[in-house]
Unconditional design. Structure first.
Length: 140
């Protein structure tokens, strides 16, 4: 019997669209690109512009990939086996909130795609047990 909790999330590779098994891939963002974007932001937007989140093309993407499908040399990476439960996802969100460069990434959108099936993401972190498609957000 394993001491590991049952996974809440499955990882689907952004490149090949196949499941990513434990030890086979990562959730990652290019930290060098994010640092550059954060420190060179001069577009009048705050990097934490939640209202414009889905239309901000300048945000550095968080990706989910098999190691063999691609990984930046400057990746800040989280092994998929370390982020397969909602509590682990929350832990990583709190940890990343302390990283200045993460404000220049689409982490918030990455979270929302895992939480809300209506956003239409087919790769990334997906719930093992799909949620109700009628979810209308916080306070609904």
């Amino acid at each position: 019997m394993s001491d590991q909790p049952a996974p809440d999330l499955m990882a689907i590779c952004d490149i090949c669209m196949q499941p990513v098994g434990d030890g086979d891939g990562h959730v990652w963002a290019d930290q060098e690109d994010a640092n550059t974007a954060f420190y060179n932001a001069d577009d009048g937007h705050s990097p934490l512009d939640f209202l414009g989140l889905t239309t901000r093309a300048d945000l550095v993407a968080w990706r989910t990939t098999h190691t063999i499908c691609g990984l930046s040399d400057y990746a800040y990476k989280i092994e998929v086996e370390r982020i397969r439960t909602w509590s682990a996802f929350l832990h990583w969100s709190a940890h990343l909130a302390d990283k200045k460069w993460n404000a220049a990434t689409d982490w918030q959108l990455f979270i929302l795609r895992a939480l809300e099936p209506k956003l239409g993401a087919v790769s990334g972190l997906r719930p093992v047990r799909p949620q109700d498609l009628d979810f209308d957000g916080i306070g609904a």
